[in-house]
Design a protein around this ligand. Structure first.
Ligand SMILES: [Zn+2]
Length: 349
C-alpha cells in the first residue's frame, strides 16, 4: 500500500541525523527551544529535549539520558534561552525510559523543579523491589517464550540494568488525560497514549501549533511495542487506540523525542498502523507455514532488517517481546495461535 509521505520540517536535524552528528539547538518560537541531548552508545544518538518558557516558568520536556555530556548539552541550550539550570521550574517526562527520565533526578536536585509523569505510567522497579525475584520472574517469562537456555543470560536483563531503572526519579506529579501541565502562561494539554510504555503521554501546545510526541510517534522508526510482565495485557491494542487519539489533526508540527520534526501526524499514523498490520500478517503467515511451538520459533522466522543472526542480547529481547505483543493482539482478535505467552503468576497492571 502506498501512503502519503510526511513533510519534513526539522531540516537541520535530518541533516545531522544523516551525518551522524548532534543536531543544533533551535528556537521554535519565541518561547520554545529544541535542545538535543546526547544518548551515548546508542544508535538513536540523541534525545530531543524541549524547553518552554511561561510566566516565570521554565518547563523542560524529556531531559534525556543521564550523562555529563548530556548535562553539558542541556546547559548550553538553557544558556541560549538566557537561563541556567537553577531556573527550571518543572520537568515533564513522556515515559519512564532512561533516555527520557534519566537526567530528571539530577536536574531536580540542581533546580528544585518538580518532575511529572503520566498518571498511568509505571515505574517498573521501585526502590523496595526484590531484584532477585524480578530477575527470576523475567527469566521464567523468557523461558516460557522459548528462549533457549543457552542464550538466556545473553537475552535476559541483568542486575546492573535493573539497579539503573530502580534509581530513576520518582515523580512529584502525575498528569491525567486532558489536564494542563501546571505552569503559568503555558497551554500544554496532556494526551494519554499507552503502547510504547504503559503510561506514555503526548503534549499538545495549541498556541504554538506543536505536538510533543515523545516516542509514541517518530518520523522514521516504528516505536517498539513490547509485551512486558508485569504490564498491560495487550500493548499493541493500546498502541492502535493511542494512534487514533493523536491523529486528530495533520497541520501542527510534530516534535518527537528522537530523529527530526515534521508535519503530517495523520499521515504518519497511517504509516505506523500499516507497518504494524503488515507485521501481524507476517506473524500469521509464519504460524501457518511453520507450526511454531513458542514465541521464539515465530520470532526467528520473521524478517529482520539486518537478519535474524544479527539480533543479539538487548535487540534480541526486544524482538522476542515485540513478537509476543503481536501474538497477544492477534489472539484477542480471534486468531488461534497455540504458543504460551502469559505466565500465570505474573501480575497484569
Ligand atoms: Zn526514547
Amino acid at each position: 500500500m502506498i501512503l502519503a509521505p510526511i513533510t519534513l520540517t526539522g531540516h537541520a536535524q535530518k541533516e545531522a541525523w544523516q551525518n551522524k552528528v548532534l543536531p543544533p539547538i533551535e528556537q521554535l518560537g519565541r518561547d520554545v527551544w529544541s535542545i538535543p541531548v546526547s544518548f551515548p552508545h546508542n544508535p538513536m544518538r540523541y534525545t530531543l529535549s524541549y524547553l518552554l518558557l511561561g510566566d516565570g516558568e521554565a518547563i523542560l520536556i524529556d531531559p534525556g539520558w543521564d550523562s555529563e555530556e548530556g548535562l553539558t548539552n542541556l546547559t548550553a541550550g538553557l544558556r541560549q534561552a538566557g537561563l541556567g539550570l537553577t531556573d527550571l521550574t518543572g520537568i515533564v517526562v513522556t515515559h519512564f525510559h532512561s533516555d527520557h527520565l534519566g537526567m530528571a533526578a539530577r536536574l531536580r536536585v540542581a533546580s528544585g523543579a518538580w518532575v511529572a509523569l503520566g498518571e498511568r505510567e509505571v515505574r517498573r522497579f521501585t526502590a523496595s523491589e526484590d531484584l532477585d525475584l524480578v530477575l527470576s520472574m523475567h527469566r521464567e517469562e523468557l523461558t516460557l517464550w522459548g528462549v533457549p537456555a543457552a542464550r538466556l543470560s545473553e537475552v535476559a536483563m541483568n542486575r546492573p540494568s535493573l539497579v539503573h531503572l530502580q534509581n530513576l526519579a520518582d515523580p512529584d506529579l502525575r498528569l491525567s488525560e486532558g489536564s494542563l501541565v501546571p505552569a503559568q502562561g503555558l497551554d500544554l494539554r496532556v494526551i494519554t497514549t499507552p503502547g510504547h510504555s504503559p503510561g506514555h503521554i503526548c503534549l499538545v501546545d495549541e498556541p504554538h501549533g506543536l505536538i510533543f510526541s515523545g516516542d509514541h510517534v517518530l518520523p522514521r522508526i516504528s516505536p517498539h511495542i513490547a509485551l512486558e510482565l508485569p504490564g498491560p495485557a495487550n500493548p499493541l491494542a493500546d498502541y492502535y487506540a493511542s494512534l487514533d487519539l493523536i491523529a486528530f489533526e495533520d497541520e501542527m508540527e510534530v516534535c518527537p523525542a528522537h530523529e527530526y520534526r515534521f508535519r503530517g501526524m495523520q499521515r504518519r499514523v497511517a504509516q505506523l498502523v500499516e507497518h504494524n498490520r503488515a507485521r501481524s500478517a507476517e506473524v500469521l503467515r509464519v504460524v501457518e507455514e511453520h507450526q511454531p511451538k513458542t514465541v521464539w520459533d515465530i520470532t526467528r522466522h520473521l524478517t529482520w532488517s539486518r537478519g535474524w543472526d544479527s539480533l543479539q542480547s538487548f535487540s534480541l529481547r526486544l524482538a522476542v517481546s515485540e513478537t509476543a505483543s503481536h501474538v497477544v493482539y492477534l489472539r484477542s482478535n480471534g486468531h488461534a495461535i497455540n504458543v504460551p505467552v502469559t505466565h500465570p503468576h505474573l501480575v497484569e497492571l
